[in-house]
Design a protein around this ligand. Structure first.
Ligand SMILES: Cc1cc2nc3c(=O)[nH]c(=O)nc-3n(C[C@H](O)[C@H](O)[C@H](O)COP(=O)(O)OP(=O)(O)OC[C@H]3O[C@@H](n4cnc5c(N)ncnc54)[C@H](O)[C@@H]3O)c2cc1C
Length: 431
């Protein structure tokens, strides 16, 4: 960790206290960089459900601060299978089955609807699923009291005479900092300031997701042990369903995706009923319908993402975008929050290397140069993954082509060496 020994002559504001804002605040605090977090809500968020992190992202947590990895492991489901698995893949849509109920022939064997058609291997190492609220609780423990201010909705940022950023909040107050790190999520105000309203606007991806959790004990009443405790992906036409354990295996997390052309509700997270959810999966296998029949109080999440940003920062006043504010992605490769963690690590290490406010722009430029290509690639390939899982990509419902794609498409995300990114960014800082 690049702990900076010199006293900084700059101080930073982070807007937003989600995974980005908190991991970034921990990273800066551990590197002795003065920082304040401004969050619009009355407390750190309780919304959200299950999130998965793969070994490369858990490794980056440790690089930021070992306490993040320890906190993650306390609330993750980190039971390992041998070999490590990302998902068992099954077909859940009856329309893909032939008259006898078979969906695929592989190695001379016919595979039935609902049976495993193959598994997508994961990388070895600590990984797993957490409840977002539990993980946020662990992150909060790593920050000193008083570092965060609540009910502070950022409206605007203007420039002070000395080049500082002046933050204007909805409660009429202002605050002055050398720079702002925008961690305010997909509907980011800081993104609008940097890119303009039109370019910043999130775009509906054509997909939405039902999210629900139920006690693992309950899931074990209607699923066998392996199907309940090992991550499962049930694929079908324009729909797919993921299940995986979170919270040390005590909670069974369900995310059921579906498609529609547009989203007109101004709210992006809305309550729905089990009955509506069942109707959406009318063509599906009994096992998937049983899972749905057992969920309580599902929410629907409209899935938006961002068009590629031409930059992640601006100079007058200084604002740098991080996490979903910079590159909100659909969740089809399960890596959006992982990218937030990577952003935080690289940015904090760069900021640890500089001492004056006049160097902030150089650090932001180096961060932008290494982080933007990788984060934007995630947005684009996640959109494609959503099509693949729902049998509407170039592979269609050819399951041989599907398996080939599924088994290779995650390598660039999981085998990435974040230390090499940082090295490149450090070189840019020096030129
Ligand atoms: C269905 C679904 C499943 C997912 N699964 C995974 C997964 O398995 N693995 C994974 O890595 N990622 C996953 N993701 C993505 C992941 O949830 C996000 O990438 C991540 O949570 C984004 O964190 P963030 O801190 O950038 O933004 P947010 O969590 O949106 O936090 C933004 C914060 O900023 C605050 N804020 C907003 N505006 C203002 C303002 N003007 N002033 C002050 N504060 C403000 C908000 O209140 C909020 O606290 C999933 C996403 C979805 C929707």
């Amino acid at each position: 960790m690049g702990i900076s020994s010199t006293q900084k002559s700059f101080n930073l504001a982070i807007i937003g206290g989600g995974i980005s804002g908190l991991t970034c605040a921990i990273a800066l605090h551990k590197r002795n960089i003065p920082v304040t977090v401004y969050e619009s809500a009355a407390s750190f968020g309780e919304i959200g459900a299950g999130l998965g992190f793969q070994p490369n992202f858990v490794h980056t947590m440790e690089l930021i601060a070992p306490g993040i990895k320890e906190g993650f492991l306390r609330c993750a489901n980190n039971e390992e299978t041998d070999p490590p698995k990302w998902f068992d893949v099954r077909i859940g849509d009856t329309r893909k089955a032939d008259r006898e109920g078979f969906v695929r022939k592989k190695d001379g064997r016919k595979i039935k609807l609902g049976e495993r058609i193959f598994m997508i291997p994961a990388r070895p190492g600590p990984r797993g699923g957490v409840h977002r609220a539990h993980f946020l609780d662990e992150l909060i423990k790593l920050l000193p009291g008083g570092i965060a201010q609540f009910k502070k909705r950022l409206l605007d940022v203007t420039k002070a005479d000395n080049g500082d950023a002046v933050l204007h909040f909805a409660d009429g107050t202002t605050a002055q900092h050398s720079a702002v790190i925008g961690c305010d999520g997909i509907k980011s105000r800081t993104r609008e300031i940097v890119l303009g309203k039109e370019e910043a606007r999130p775009l509906f991806s054509g997909k939405y997701a039902y999210r629900a959790i139920l006690p693992m004990q309950k899931a074990l009443e209607f699923l066998d042990d392996k199907q309940a405790t090992i991550p499962q992906m049930y694929c079908g036409y324009k729909r797919h369903v993921l299940t995986f354990p979170i919270a040390n295996g005590t909670i069974f997390n369900v995310v059921a995706f579906s498609s529609r052309d547009e989203w007109t509700n101004p709210e992006w997270v809305v309550k729905t009923s089990r009955e509506d959810m069942l109707a959406d999966y009318a063509h599906w296998d009994e096992k998937v319908k049983t899972i749905i029949a057992n969920v309580k109080n599902p929410d629907i999440w409209a899935l938006y993402n961002h068009a590629p940003a031409r930059t992640f920062y601006q100079s007058h006043p200084r604002i740098c975008l991080l996490g979903d504010a910079a590159h909100a992605s659909t969740p089809h490769q399960g890596s959006g929050a992982g990218m937030c963690v990577e952003d935080s690590y690289v940015l904090a290490e760069l900021l640890a290397e500089i001492s004056g406010a006049d160097e902030l722009e150089t650090a932001f430029r180096a961060y932008d140069a290494v982080r933007r290509p990788r984060a934007l690639k995630l947005v684009e390939t996640s959109r494609q993954a959503g099509m693949l899982w729902e049998l509407e990509g170039p592979e269609g419902d050819d399951l041989d082509a599907f398996e080939k794609n599924a088994n290779t498409r995650m390598s660039w995300i999981w085998d990435h060496k974040i230390e090499q990114d940082l090295e490149r960014a450090r070189e840019l800082l020096r030129v």
